[in-house]
Ligand binder design. Structure first.
Ligand code: SF4
Ligand code: SF4
Length: 408
């Protein structure tokens, strides 16, 4: 392995064997925006990718259509992908539409994220059984699933990194998250189009992934051409790539892939000015905009459920009717529920105003103090899936335009 002197990324120095017998063994250590050692695979390469991953006993999780949305579920074959479909998104709106091509990844992000596989909505923590000698408690040790995530967008890769800080750093490491995260194989798909609610460029999280993956694909769709640029990000990614039919990429291929990503940049539907955002929110805790947004917000918690970085949870004890058996479950919760901030004697955040303010200031300000990163990656899900179309970028803009504490 060696570092590329151009992009400062770790690169294999040996040529990857390929299924293409005519492939050149030439290898360059230098790479440009897309590395010279990237390879080009045909449009049906996901078929070979899934085969290679399944041979390694990965459960492949990827995009597929269910309930008129693109969701992440187990995919066993290339035909499970949303081939020829795209999504149209706006505040409070999501629609699937047919494309006029056979794009495998011609959509942005749907209602789900990868967090449901790394931080499951329900986790059994322990169970206890009454015995003649009293209750016997057993910690629940799950058999860790080995997932390969196929189709991870750059913003969601950043969201995984944000959750890594929450669950893996510091004195309390979450064992469920750690085991699943350590086992996961990540196949990124760089975006060739952006949605109306995307703003990853503002958050510097996309639309192209730069590190933290095993393989990165860029789907090239232009002038009748339909291929993938394949970039290797790890040794195990290299091993899998060797089982896909590829040829070495040249400058033309890299330029074509670059044009796809540039197109996504140009289509970005939203922006957020993040300059001094932490201080902006801290000095506007009493801004009248909070009342405005509270008058529209339903406290439904949708935004927190779809957000790939939100991690609030609660712990429940469940007993059977006999009282002989009890289980302790961790379940997703939301800062939008009154119960989540219930401390002795009542809820600390009894109003919708206080809950929305808590959520947005945590995402964009206190998260930075806690975890040295923003809690928002600009995926736009909270805008699309808010039933009344509340838009976090618009709320920031409104506060910035009437910043009450500016200059104080
Ligand atoms: S706050 Fe909204 S835009 Fe930001 S990461 Fe969460 S869901 Fe995505
Ligand atoms: S901002 Fe929208 S999605 Fe979030 S709690 Fe309020 S109404 Fe629900």
């Amino acid at each position: 392995m060696a570092y590329c002197k151009s992009c400062y990324r770790f690169r294999p120095t040996k040529p990857a064997a390929t299924a293409n017998v005519n492939a050149s063994p030439a290898v360059a250590v230098l790479c440009s925006y897309f590395p010279n050692m990237a390879r080009v695979a045909p449009k049906n390469c996901v078929h070979f990718l899934l085969d290679a991953l399944q041979r390694r006993r990965y459960t492949c999780i990827g995009p597929t259509i269910r309930d008129a949305a693109i969701v992440y579920e187990e995919i066993r074959a290339e035909q499970d992908l949303p081939i020829g479909y795209t999504d149209e998104q706006e505040g409070g709106t999501y629609r699937l539409k047919k494309r006029d091509d056979e794009a495998r990844f011609g959509y942005t992000v749907g209602p789900q994220s990868w967090k449901q596989y790394l931080f499951p909505p329900s986790t059994l923590l322990m169970k206890a059984q009454r015995t003649p000698d009293g209750f016997r408690a057993d910690a629940h040790i799950e058999q860790t699933p080995t997932y390969a995530f196929v189709g991870v967008r750059a913003c969601d890769l950043h969201a995984i990194a944000v959750q890594d800080r929450t669950f893996l750093k510091g004195p309390y490491v979450d064992p469920t998250y750690k085991a699943r995260r350590d086992a996961a194989f990540i196949v990124v798909v760089n975006c060739g189009q952006a949605g109306r609610t995307c703003f990853c460029v503002s958050m510097e999280t996309g639309p192209m992934a730069k590190t933290g993956y095993d393989l990165a694909l860029t789907e090239i769709l232009e002038d009748g051409r339909h291929e993938f640029l394949v970039d290797v990000g790890s040794e195990r990614g290299d091993e899998v790539a060797q089982e896909m039919p590829t040829r070495p990429a040249d400058d033309t291929d890299s330029s074509a892939a670059r044009r796809m990503v540039d197109r996504a940049v140009s289509q970005m539907g939203r922006t957020m000015d993040t300059a001094g955002i932490k201080e902006l929110l801290y000095r506007n805790m009493e801004h009248p905009r909070w009342e405005n947004v509270a008058s529209r917000c339903l406290s439904c918690a949708n935004c927190t459920m779809v957000c790939p970085t939100c991690f609030c949870s609660t712990v429940e004890e469940v007993t059977d009717l006999t009282g002989d058996h009890t289980e302790r479950w961790r379940r997703w919760d939301s800062c939008f529920t009154a119960a989540h901030s219930y401390i002795h004697g009542g809820s600390v955040r009894p109003t919708t105003l206080s809950r929305y303010r808590q959520w947005m200031t945590h995402k964009l300000a206190t998260w930075i103090d806690q975890f040295e990163t923003s809690g928002c990656v600009g995926c736009g899900r909270c805008i699309t899936w808010c039933p009344v179309g509340i838009d976090i970028t618009e709320e920031v803009r409104a506060i910035r335009e009437t910043d009450r504490g500016k200059g104080h």
